[in-house]
Design a protein. Structure first.
Length: 297
């Protein structure tokens, strides 16, 4: 809470290296990698009578709100919106809960602000609930954009600072401009799409419209990468494939071979059990003959 008391404006960065953004419709919120956008900045307000509760106001002057409405029918997550109620109530109040170097934002009723991964319409959505899986989805890193006038402000252009006291070990950053230089983050960017139908994915590839999502991966092996991809998509038993740059055909990655060196970015295609290409991919890995019409894609 001490960090929030020093901050006038903050950004919230999720486990997916995305930022909490206020949508231009001034009603919705989402995740996006455009952290330098004004829509990623949230003004911190305090709640009278409570030492550990804040309100977060968007650049449109509306508050981050834990709505009662379900995000999707049949799932537990509820909508998070921007709103400006006539009377500021508990729906716009959040309690920061320290979790190591990160923070969870808790509603007054016990739910947590969550950055969702997976497939549409979950991808890049924001909900609030109590997760039973993917506990890292409710963890946020706090970047200070602007300190309060009474707080110590770092020199313009200074690099990130780390507080020495144990009460607050969050990352403290000065405001960045578009031309500022940043140290290259650790890990590699993984771009991925999911094959549900072989013919459709081939058409998308040829048209240049193949739908890719991405995240930053700091691991080293295919097994760890596969687990992360299944976590991102919510799928199970996927086969991870790459595309031959010369022929455009898919081929499954082998667990006995290392990932590309120097943390090079990777473009991958996931083949779930529901896909028409799953049997071929499985047989390719097992080196078993399989009759099929035409060459593998």
């Amino acid at each position: 809470m001490e960090l929030f008391r020093k901050a006038k404006t903050i950004r919230l960065r999720s486990h997916r290296e995305t930022y909490l953004l206020a949508e231009e419709d001034q009603e919705s919120v989402c995740q996006d990698r455009q952290g330098l956008s004004k829509r990623a900045e949230w003004t911190v307000e305090f709640v009278d009578g409570f030492d550990a509760v804040v309100r977060l106001k968007s650049c449109y002057g509306k508050y981050l709100t834990a709505a009662d409405e379900q995000f999707l029918l049949g799932v537990t997550g509820r909508k998070v919106t921007q709103s400006l109620p006539r009377k500021l109530d508990s729906q716009v109040e959040w309690e920061p809960v320290r979790e190591g170097f990160q923070v969870r934002l808790k509603t007054r009723y016990g739910n947590y602000l969550r950055a969702n991964g997976g497939l549409p319409p979950w991808r890049n959505s924001i909900t609030h609930d109590v997760p039973f899986r993917h506990m890292d989805w409710i963890l946020w890193e706090v970047d200070i954009v602007e300190l309060r006038p009474e707080a110590y402000a770092p020199e313009p252009g200074s690099m990130p600072l780390a507080r020495s006291d144990s009460a607050s070990s969050f990352h403290l950053r000065s405001k960045l401009e578009p031309g500022d230089c940043l140290a290259k983050p650790e890990g590699r960017i993984i771009y991925y799409s999911v094959v549900e139908d072989e013919d459709k994915i081939e058409e998308e590839r040829e048209s240049g419209d193949e739908p890719y999502s991405s995240f930053r991966f700091r691991g080293h092996g295919l097994e760890e990468l596969t687990e992360k991809l299944e976590e991102e998509t919510g799928l199970e038993d996927v086969i991870v494939c790459s595309r031959n740059p010369l022929t455009g055909k898919l081929y499954p990655l082998r667990s006995d071979l290392p990932l590309p060196p120097n943390n090079a970015d990777m473009h991958l295609v996931l083949v779930p059990p529901s896909s028409t290409g799953w049997l071929w991919a499985e047989s390719w890995l097992r080196r078993l003959p399989l009759q099929r019409d035409g060459p593998p894609r």
